[in-house]
Write a protein that binds this ligand. Structure first.
Ligand SMILES: NC(=O)c1ccc[n+]([C@@H]2O[C@H](COP(=O)([O-])OP(=O)(O)OC[C@H]3O[C@@H](n4cnc5c(N)ncnc54)[C@H](OP(=O)(O)O)[C@@H]3O)[C@@H](O)[C@H]2O)c1
Length: 257
């Protein structure tokens, strides 16, 4: 892909895991990086050092994406320091898996607040500053498009993100801003020995047509593609990155749960 010069990308929840992989791939392309993190200062500091080693500017702001006033203040400070962002990646997430009849109000609210309201607020508070050519990429999930038993509010909140992506794409097309998303299936990296710790998930993944999870690098490369000029005709759409799961009826057997 073409090297990016003089552009800033904001990644929410980017201090570790999938978010840090996204930030690293973008930094390797030449994006300056701002991470919006909530709690983990030391983890974020290590992430920033890692990103700076790739030869770009990088900084983190500690902000809760569900707090509009805090987000607004953070965005003003970021724009003053880095200039208007050209890319926003909404990666921050929360989950609380439970059968719906057992899900508490607090669990429901946490997941909806983080994944749907947080994405909405981060988008509107960023788009105020974005110039034409800007791109927003929302990380949803395959469970936005199909249901997994006992997944709680995760699917409903991500389904909201899919619709929000489409809604924003039509409202902000006239500003020259594209809004797309990615819906990954289970994200697990090959070197993490995840099958040992998550045997039930391993059985589910074995039923996927490609019989493999998605890697965090594959999510990051998809973000890089959607942000690139090669994807200039994409807006309002989701890339479903799920090893073919959406086209199957595979499901864990009740007795296995
Ligand atoms: N992992 C998977 O298998 C999978 C599958 C499909 C979709 N996804 C989606 O892919 C994305 C990345 O996955 P993940 O498993 O790495 O996500 P995650 O662990 O659920 O969340 C990533 C980060 O979000 C941050 N965050 C949570 N609430 C926040 C808030 N209110 N304000 C600011 N930051 C907040 C957390 O920071 P703190 O630790 O500092 O709180 C955390 O580091 C998520 O959107 C997830 O829903 C993941």
């Amino acid at each position: 892909m073409q090297r990016v010069i003089g552009k800033t990308a904001i990644v929410t929840g980017g201090s570790q895991g999938v978010g840090l992989r996204i930030a690293s791939v973008l930094a390797a392309q030449g994006y300056d990086i701002v991470l919006l993190v909530r709690r983990q200062r030391e983890v974020a500091q290590r992430a920033i050092a890692q990103l700076q080693n790739l030869g770009v500017r990088a900084a983190f702001w500690q902000v809760d994406i569900t707090d509009r006033a805090a987000l607004r203040a953070a965005m003003s400070a970021i724009v003053a320091d880095f200039g208007a962002p050209q890319l926003l990646v909404n990666n921050a997430g929360a989950s609380a898996a439970a059968p719906l009849l057992e899900l508490t109000d607090a669990q429901w609210q946490l997941v909806l607040d983080t994944q749907l309201t947080g994405t909405f607020l981060a988008c509107v508070e960023t788009v105020i500053h974005m110039k034409p050519g800007g791109v927003i990429i929302n990380i949803a999930g395959a469970s936005a498009h199909r249901c997994y038993p006992d997944a709680g509010a995760f699917g409903p909140s991500k389904a909201g993100v899919v619709n929000l992506t489409a809604q924003m794409s039509i409202e902000w097309a006239s500003r020259g801003i594209r809004v797309c998303g990615i819906s990954p299936g289970p994200i697990r990296d090959a070197d993490s020995n995840w099958q040992l710790h998550e045997p039930l998930l391993a059985k589910e993944v074995a039923r996927l047509p490609l019989q493999r999870p998605v890697s965090s690098d594959e999510v990051a490369q998809s973000v890089a593609f959607l942000a690139s000029p090669a994807a200039a005709a994409f807006t309002g759409q989701m890339l479903v990155l799920d090893s073919g799961g959406l086209n199957t009826w595979y499901m864990t057997q009740q007795e296995e749960r």
